[in-house]
Design a protein around this ligand. Sequence first.
Ligand code: C8R
Length: 263
Amino acid sequence: EKQEVGPKMMKWKDRGTTKNLQEVILGRCYSYVMARYPQLGDKDCLKIWESLKHAFIYKNPCNITSEDYEPLMELATHPIPCNKSLLWSKTSDLVHRYTKSNQNFLTLEDTLLGYMADRVSWCGDPSDPGINYESCPKRSECESNPNSVFWKMASKLFAEAACGVVQVMLNGSVEAGAFRSSSIFGSIEIFNLNPDKVSEVHIWLMHDIGGPQSESCSGHSIKRLKSILEDRNFKITCVDNYRPVQLLQCVHNPDHTDCRLCT
Ligand code: C8R
């Protein structure tokens, strides 16, 4: 006998929900709370998973709002020490290698929220089982999808929480310019830094070893960034190829001329 086939799930252009999402989120949550930052104490990982699930399950994945994530953000939030926040744009691999080797700085992925969600995706669908493992909407298909809304909201809260000196690692090898006002850094984070709490913004402009230096600290997009931040009353500095980070790049390219001690 042929079985009744229910309504089909929507087909989207991005990858679907990560397999075993619940186990991945719970595993990362426990490992963050128990192994990495035991001083965090009373985080309820099961509740955190439930609140993430309820943000998107059975919902139209083009209709997600920040309200959907409020309970999750509330449960997962924790203090971030002053002078430690590190923002970035188009330097994802390098910045995370750097924070792994240098405990002085924290990116969003080094907070509980970002740690759980990094390189994981999720989205819902009104038909059973309420989670779409096949595909999820791309930003070009709809802005208000679960992953975009999540990263925008988490980035906003991360920027709001910053205090003291804030560091930013940008990519000087990007042809379109190191600072792009359409990025999350350029459209959300810089406008949510609190001038009453943040005194200075230090830009580290890195270029790929062996790659083009499309832009330096005197470049056009950096000038635009500086003037936006100065108008908001922050003191700005910019360093080309900040040495502690360049040394880390050189670990992977020890013989390159850019990595020689005397140039
Ligand atoms: N931030 C934004 N996006 C993040 C992220 C993060 O911490 N972590 C991940 N994995 N992503 P980009 P940007 C994913 O263009 O737009 C915060 C999201 O899918 O290189 O300027 C962070 O605090 C997102 O769409 O950078 C950082 O300072 C892309 O990666 C900025 O915002 C964004 O990658 C970076 O956002």
